[in-house]
Design a protein around this ligand. Structure first.
Ligand SMILES: [Ca+2]
Ligand SMILES: [Ca+2]
Length: 195
């Protein structure tokens, strides 16, 4: 007796194939989703890095030309300062140096940076430069200790320190990401004061 020829799949085989395909599809979907999230995260980090660099350049440019003797506070080492007042010479008029006073610091919420010129005078100019400052500099915790090894404890997201005639500016920006840990980006530069 000849064995019966077999064509096509049995129901059980089809069920197994469909189940396997479903597993593959689910895993593929997870991989694609993770790749999209990773790409999105990289774009957000790049955008925040660009923003941080722009803000830092603006601060550094403003402070460039500040007179060492006109800094307030004049000695901010080893403690850091999230606010810096300085004066810049506009030139000489009638034998007298004409100064402009400026200040850069954090608002009370510690997340917004302001720049003010001639504060409390009729010609005062005040502008918010950034409103995504991190509450604390990257890798720093509010615990009275220096967690990020820069010799400053619990420094805020905007930090000025003075080293000889150099003003060191540190900045951490933070952006909340939905369903993810906040993204933080830190930048640092140093500007030489005028003597
Ligand atoms: Ca620190
Ligand atoms: Ca700390």
């Amino acid at each position: 007796m000849r064995p019966r020829s077999r064509s096509g799949f049995t129901l059980i085989e089809l069920t197994i194939v469909v189940a396997l395909l479903s597993v593959v599809m689910v895993k593929l979907t997870i991989v694609i989703d993770q790749a999209q999230r990773s790409h999105q995260n990289e774009l957000q980090v790049m955008a925040l890095e660009n923003r941080a660099r722009q803000v830092l350049d603006r601060v550094a440019y403003a402070v460039t030309g500040a007179e060492r003797a006109g800094l307030d506070p004049g000695n901010i080492m080893p403690l850091d300062q999230s606010e810096l007042a300085y004066r810049i010479s506009l030139g000489v008029e009638n034998g007298q140096t004409v100064w402009v006073r400026e200040k850069i610091g954090l608002q009370r919420d510690d997340t917004s940076m302001y720049w003010v010129q001639n504060e409390a005078e009729p010609d005062e100019r005040r502008v918010t430069w950034c409103n995504t400052i991190s509450q604390l500099l990257e890798d720093e915790l509010l615990n009275g200790a220096d967690d990020n090894d820069n010799d400053i404890a619990d420094e805020k997201g905007l930090s000025f320190t003075l080293k000889d005639d150099m003003i060191v500016i540190r900045l951490t920006l933070q952006r909340e990401a939905e369903g993810e840990d906040p993204i933080q980006v830190s930048v640092r530069t140093a500007v030489t004061c005028r003597n």
